[in-house]
Write a protein that binds this ligand. Sequence first.
Ligand SMILES: [Fe+2]
Length: 185
Amino acid sequence: MNKFKYKTSKYRFASILQRVFSCVDMSCLHEEIKLFDVDTDQSSKYHKKFYELPEDHLFFLNFREFGVHLRNNVAVGAFHRDRDYNHFTDEVNFFVPLTKAFGSNTVWVESEEGKEDFSPMEADYGEFYMWDGANLAHGNKKNETGSTRVSFDFRVLPKSKYTTTDKKSVTQGMSFKIGEYYEEL
Ligand SMILES: [Fe+2]
């Protein structure tokens, strides 16, 4: 996995989200935990806020599936390789934390396929990882840092590696086709 830096003055992801959450310090979002109860009205209010973002923030509409790993939250999903869930093995994963990602609030990943020597993808806001989630085992632990992690992630597949398939994303139920799971850029 490789870590990169970007200019947060140019790509102001956190300040956009802070406005959505009406919250200055997103690492304290666990104090508003009800906001994330999936089946409550609060949740739909929170989702609605994304749709109310101005057009120039459409970027975020494409990344609605961002992750919030709340303090003391138990890991969502078992450790896995994305290929276990039908993803192409040539996909490239990007992990973009918007709060400090460290210890048990971040994603843990093995260094080489099969090694199971998991280490945390630690990063400050303004840094991101490009990594091989298709083939390296990874997952979340119970977040015992006292700090909520907010992040978004996305995957890229070189078009030369794309083949028509009927396989579906297990989590989203969409086929791995251009126009369904994939968007052609
Ligand atoms: Fe994954």
